[in-house]
Design a protein around this ligand. Structure first.
Ligand code: PHE
Length: 421
């Protein structure tokens, strides 16, 4: 069983082999711990590390990356030529031509807290910085939560007026058909000299015009979109573009006029410009008619075999296998949820536990009771469903048992019996 790693259980080392790095399995993450013994003098052990993309990173009480996330780092779906995400990327790129726009498609997902938050003016208490929302490698290093993490560096490099950055991004998030903890964004930005374009109102008008030029190929139903005023720490004014999808308004992109502090800090104070960040999965779901975000991760030929580089085609669903609902209700200890820990239980912790146990067999999770006075009681309905086969009830039951075990052992939860619900 894969388990969640968090500060609640810091890794401990066991027997060492002099001179060789020791590999430790800690709650689903492989840690490498070098301990070097020299004759009678024992050097202090070096801190435990984790290996990601071939590099070792120290881990600490901020580390919270489970194996199902670290294994996604190598997939690079936006670069697979026949994958819908790559086709979508290229389509959008074709609207923002080179050399005005330079494309960056292979920037490492491992960035500093400074790049991801500070360089963009995120206040220190911004909720996005929480461990419940962001995957930390350690207190200074994260898996980027958005492609904006590269804005400041790319502005500073100054190699083109505009750029498009396409990349995988990582967020601890809900489980449902339009959310996945790893998804892909494209960041677009364009700078002008101030004297070229006048007031920022001019830039705002250009943004809307350019962004609405996004491809709308083959979308059968009339696309219902709306602009919503938004807030991002690094743009002002800011907007979101939402699209109506399966009965709900879904955020497609965020954008705005880049705040002056960014070009100023990047050494180009006389420039002004706009930036947007668009979710590639969301655009691809509309373009190709893909009904469930998990499908993008499928290795099933019935999915992958349907698409061809450069072509937008409608996804033909293969049979939808039956779902299997399982409910779970539990009490949490009063002040903190974690057995022996200080960190309060967050809905995203539940999502993470289920993803660790069930992987992509969890289709969605609903919270359907509210905390009561005194002890906190939570109740979730987990919908298990395989995209590729019929899931047996006993399989779903054993996944559910595994989820319960994690809740009890790691969060000190007391699972409520059916009669109590
Ligand atoms: N980075 C923002 C997000 O992920 C989107 C954004 C990009 C907003 C660029 C404004 C400008 O939500």
């Amino acid at each position: 069983m894969r388990l969640l790693f968090s500060s609640r259980n810091l890794p401990t080392t066991s027997g060492t082999f002099g001179g060789f790095p020791e590999v430790i399995r800690v709650r689903g993450i492989t840690q490498f711990h070098s301990q070097w013994r020299k004759y009678s003098t024992k050097e202090p052990p070096s801190p435990p590390t984790t290996q990601l993309e071939g590099k070792h990173y120290p881990i600490d009480e901020w580390t919270n990356i489970p194996s199902h996330i670290s294994s996604a780092l190598s997939r690079k779906l936006h670069l697979q030529p026949s994958h819908p995400l790559s086709i979508t990327r290229r389509l959008i790129e074709s609207r923002f031509p080179s050399p005005t726009y330079q494309y960056h498609n292979d920037l490492s997902p491992i960035v500093s807290v400074h790049q991801n938050f500070d360089s963009l003016g995120f206040p220190i208490d911004h909720p996005g910085r929480c461990r419940t929302d962001t995957y930390y490698i350690n207190k200074d290093t994260v898996l980027r939560t958005h492609t904006s993490a590269h804005q400041a560096d790319t502005f500073r490099s100054g190699t083109s007026d505009g750029f498009l950055i396409s990349a995988d991004v990582y967020r601890r998030d809900a489980i449902d058909r339009s959310h996945y903890p790893v998804f892909h964004q494209m960041e677009g930005a364009r700078m002008w000299s101030r004297n070229e374009c006048g007031a920022s109102g001019g830039v705002a008008a250009v943004i809307r015009e350019e962004i609405e030029s996004m491809p709308k190929h083959g979308i059968n139903e009339p696309l219902r979109v709306r602009w919503v005023e938004a807030y991002f720490p690094f743009t002002s004014p800011s907007w979101e573009l939402e699209v109506y999808w399966q009965g709900d308004w879904l955020e497609l992109l965020g954008c705005g006029v880049v705040k002056q502090s960014l070009p100023k800090n990047a050494g180009i104070p006389d420039k002004i410009g706009w930036a947007f960040g668009v979710g590639l999965e969301r655009v691809a779901m509309l373009l190709f008619g893909v009904p469930d975000i998990r499908l993008f991760w499928s290795l099933d030929e019935r999915f992958l075999g349907q698409f061809k580089g450069g072509e937008v085609s409608r996804f033909v669903p293969f049979s939808k296998f039956p779902p299997c609902y399982k409910d779970i209700a539990f009490w949490l200890p009063n002040s903190s949820s974690a057995a022996g820990g200080q960190v309060p239980f967050h809905e995203n912790d539940m999502m993470e536990i289920v993803r660790n146990v069930a992987g992509d067999l969890a289709e969605d999770i609903d919270e359907f009771t509210h905390p009561k006075t005194g002890r906190k009681s939570l109740c979730f309905r987990i919908n298990y469903r395989s995209l590729e086969r019929t899931l047996r009830n006993d399989e779903a039951n054993s996944l559910q048992q595994a989820v319960k075990r994690v809740l009890v052992e790691e969060f000190g939860a007391e699972v409520r019996e059916k009669s109590e619900k």
